[in-house]
Design a protein around this ligand. Structure first.
Ligand SMILES: Cc1cc2nc3c(=O)[nH]c(=O)nc-3n(C[C@H](O)[C@H](O)[C@H](O)COP(=O)(O)OP(=O)(O)OC[C@H]3O[C@@H](n4cnc5c(N)ncnc54)[C@H](O)[C@@H]3O)c2cc1C
Length: 356
């Protein structure tokens, strides 16, 4: 029976631990602080696709991961007995001018071919969608049926419960073991810093994000999420609505919330009248791990036999986790290397900064 040690209790580490256990491996997961202490412990939980055009390996991989997600999160729920809040509820995006309308229609054709009938990207009249739909200057919206949502902390709790139910060990506040065989480092932005120190190249960094959870009077949790001018508005199953996120390359206080978040909350109310005056029940901030390639980073840790890296989730870590976990499990359990070129260390090194 293979023995795997996973470092890091975010969505990457937990998804990998769960996948390896399902395949019969013995797994121990060591988290330096507590489950969800990193960027996975937020409130947003949008699982949204890339636009269906200029197709590449990353977009294909993400499509496959989003299509796997329903089954993946339902398995975690079944084994743990805990809800993840997963729902494939779709997404709306306003179309504000004639050029945007042409582009949206081209992309609808692109989706037919690239999404192969597994999901749709439609251009629809706003009035056909009811009161939740955002304002749109043309009166038209994009409605995709691939986007989904989950509650990040609930999803982590379900994965952790499933890991333990399958016989995995989780150690919070733990240190790296001396005796470990195969070790996978899924340690978020701190892991990118450690790898950068080791390689003498800036292989990635952290990008801060702030998000909030609102409690509006009445918003059904199965409403589609909304994406407007870079802002995600995500209704959750319990009637709360998450809004986010900021994107900050330079920051002093990783965990603090400030005026930038208040501005997002205000903009959400402008875009969707149902959110005006909603009570803010949580504000939070985290530091996303961003590889220099802007793609996930998977593979062996150079110069450290038996050690591997699973990182670079950046803004789409929850959406990518099911397929990344499968790909990583193939590598560490079976020696099968299906890592896309864009996700390899070499791709990040090609874009990496000088020694830090
Ligand atoms: C505001 C915000 C909004 C976001 N919204 C979305 C979204 O809507 N959809 C989406 O898909 N993604 C979203 N993300 C991004 C997503 O959360 C990340 O891509 C994902 O969480 C990365 O997961 P991870 O497990 O790699 O890292 P993390 O969640 O950061 O986990 C790393 C863990 O490793 C631990 N650790 C660090 N060093 C060590 C060590 N030496 N030993 C042991 N443990 C260690 C840390 O304590 C931490 O718990 C958002 C992120 C933020 C901040």
């Amino acid at each position: 029976m293979a023995e795997i040690t996973v470092m890091g209790g975010g969505t990457f580490g937990l998804a990998l631990a769960f996948t390896c256990l399902e395949r019969g491996a013995r797994v121990r997961l060591i988290e330096k602080r507590r489950i969800g202490a990193g960027s996975s412990g937020g409130v947003l939980g949008a699982l949204a696709p890339h636009v269906p055009e200029r197709w590449n390996e990353k977009k294909q991989f993400q499509l496959e991961s989003l299509l796997m997600a329903g089954d993946f999160w339902r398995r975690a729920e079944a084994v743990s007995g805990l809800s993840t809040g997963y729902g494939r509820t779709g997404r709306l995006q306003p179309i504000n001018d004639a050029r945007g309308l042409d582009l949206a229609r081209e992309r609808a054709e692109g989706a037919e071919e690239l999404w192969r009938g597994e999901a749709a990207w439609r251009v629809v009249r706003r009035e056909a969608l009811g009161g939740w739909a955002p304002e749109s200057a043309t009166g038209w919206l994009i409605h995709d049926t691939l986007s989904a949502r989950l509650r990040p902390l609930a999803a982590l709790a379900a994965l952790a419960g499933a890991v333990e139910a399958l016989g995995g060990e989780i150690e919070e506040g733990g240190k790296p073991p001396q005796d470990a065989g195969v070790v996978v480092w899924a340690t978020g932005h701190e892991g990118l810093a450690a790898l950068s120190d080791d390689l003498g190249r800036r292989i990635g960094d952290g990008v801060k994000g702030q998000a909030a959870l609102l409690r509006p009077e009445s918003v059904p949790g199965d409403n589609p999420q909304i994406f407007v001018d870079g802002l995600h508005i995500v209704p959750h199953a319990d009637g709360s609505v998450a809004v986010g996120s900021t994107s900050e390359r330079v920051f002093d206080e990783p965990e603090s919330c400030d005026e930038r978040l208040e501005e997002l909350i205000r903009r959400a109310g402008e875009a969707v009248p149902a959110l005006r005056g909603a009570q803010v029940i949580k504000r939070c901030a985290g530091v996303r791990p961003r590889a220099a390639s802007r793609a996930p980073l998977l593979g062996p840790w150079p110069g450290r036999a038996g050690h591997f890296v699973m990182n670079g989730g950046f803004k789409i870590g929850f959406g990518m986790a099911p397929k990344l976990a499968e790909t990583m499990a193939d590598l560490v359990l079976e020696g099968r290397d299906g890592i896309p070129g864009e996700f390899r260390l070499e791709a990040a090194l090609a874009k990496a900064g000088p020694a830090c």
